[in-house]
Design a protein around this ligand. Structure first.
Ligand SMILES: *Cc1c(COP(=O)(O)O)cnc(C)c1O
Length: 363
């Protein structure tokens, strides 16, 4: 029997005609990159969609984090961060020659535990770089209070936060700067891409400069990098944006189906109060690593490939000098699995996946 491969995610692609219509325009203008008209349009439209007017489209979500650190003037020093994220959160810190200081996470939201942040602050602390894991908000109010008190900056890696809201506002609106990733595995994508969200004119201008080599004509203002997005990437984003509400709606249906079908004993993420969720991921936390391996093995036999997000806990990376112990993050990282979730995942597939997991589950 041949089963079609099911991965943890599948990239949404707009109708070919819609993309080729955009290509036609690019050919007519002959303007391929350097803040072209489609990049400008994307910044405007995505900014409107999220309610965030100062949105800077860049080449990916990792360089977005590096630009955030640069634009806030953070060079060297300690950055308080979460061990439970994709590796890019930590690599951006290291690439900017700062030192990650890991603070353990909360078991319920999987985000950094704000109550443990103050104990990690030293005179060398420059910023808190936290992640809204799987689109669940960090304790944004508590973190803001701590940051104000200690005069440090707050950056949110919002790679999972596109379209999610907290207290009626875009989750990406919190922090001195928030970033997002528009990679093809993410909820909203531009093939490769990301954005930096700012809230004041001075920071906004800095981000614009940094993403284009730090100069404006012959005036060289500061050290920059090449983080420009091209017209081809913007075109993909503009085509996809039209479908984003439908995509989120479809994912919500699948989310609810998993919730209904999976055994009660399997730990799922609770949707928090005041949150409108974006259904970007469907993580489950099982009893132990042995059970996780059994579940993965059983699913792989059926050509189904969930992903161990996030594993390992980042404080365990071989190239970070870390004496930090993050027992909660290390424990969760060993037992968490993200299940397939995408716009056209069939109900039958969700039933099959849930059945396999329920069967493999032993209390
Ligand atoms: C995907 C991701 C990134 C990196 O984004 P890219 O666009 O792939 O560079 C950073 N942080 C988190 C939490 C992510 O999931």
């Amino acid at each position: 029997m041949h089963n079609e491969r099911i991965n943890v995610t599948k990239t949404f692609l707009p109708p070919t005609e819609e993309y080729t219509a955009q290509l036609q325009g690019i050919w007519e203008r002959g303007w391929l990159t350097n803040q072209g008209p489609l990049v400008q349009q994307l910044e405007k439209k995505v900014g409107e969609y999220l309610g965030l007017p100062e949105l800077h489209f860049v080449s990916n979500g990792t360089v977005a984090l590096q630009i955030a650190l640069k634009a806030l003037g953070i060079e060297e020093g300690e950055i308080i961060t979460t061990p439970f994220s994709y590796v890019a959160t930590t690599s951006a810190i290291l690439w900017e020659r700062c030192r990650p200081i890991y603070v353990d996470i909360r078991r319920d939201t999987l985000c950094i535990d704000a109550d443990k942040i103050e104990a990690a602050i030293t005179p060398n602390t420059r910023a808190i770089l936290a992640v809204h894991v799987f689109g669940q908000p960090c304790d944004v109010e508590k973190i803001e209070t701590i940051a104000k008190k200690h005069k440090i900056k707050v950056i949110y890696d919002g790679a999972h936060a596109f379209g999610a809201t907290y207290k009626g506002k875009a989750l990406l609106s919190y922090g001195d700067i928030a970033t997002c990733s528009f990679h093809s595995t993410k909820l909203f994508h531009t093939v490769e891409g990301g954005c930096v969200i700012t809230h004041d004119k001075a920071t906004s201008e800095k981000v614009e400069l940094i993403k284009r080599f730090g100069h404006d004509g012959d005036d060289h203002h500061m050290l920059g990098i090449n983080a420009k997005a091209s017209e081809f990437h913007a075109a993909m984003g503009l085509c996809n944006l039209k479908y984003i509400d439908d995509i989120i709606h479809r994912r919500k249906t699948i989310h609810e189906l998993y919730h209904k079908l999976l055994r009660k004993e399997i730990k799922k993420l609770a949707v928090q109060e005041d949150v409108s969720h974006n259904y970007a991921y469907y993580p489950v936390i099982v009893k132990d690593e042995k059970q996780l391996e059994k579940i993965v093995g059983d699913l792989n036999k059926e050509n189904i490939f969930p992903r161990r997000y996030f594993y390992p806990s980042l404080n365990k990376l071989p190239y970070v000098d870390s004496k930090h112990h993050c027992p909660i993050s290390e424990d969760i990282a060993r037992r968490i699995l993200c299940l397939p979730l995408y716009h056209d995942l069939a109900e039958g597939a969700v039933q099959k996946i849930s059945g396999i997991i329920n069967n493999a589950y032993e209390a």
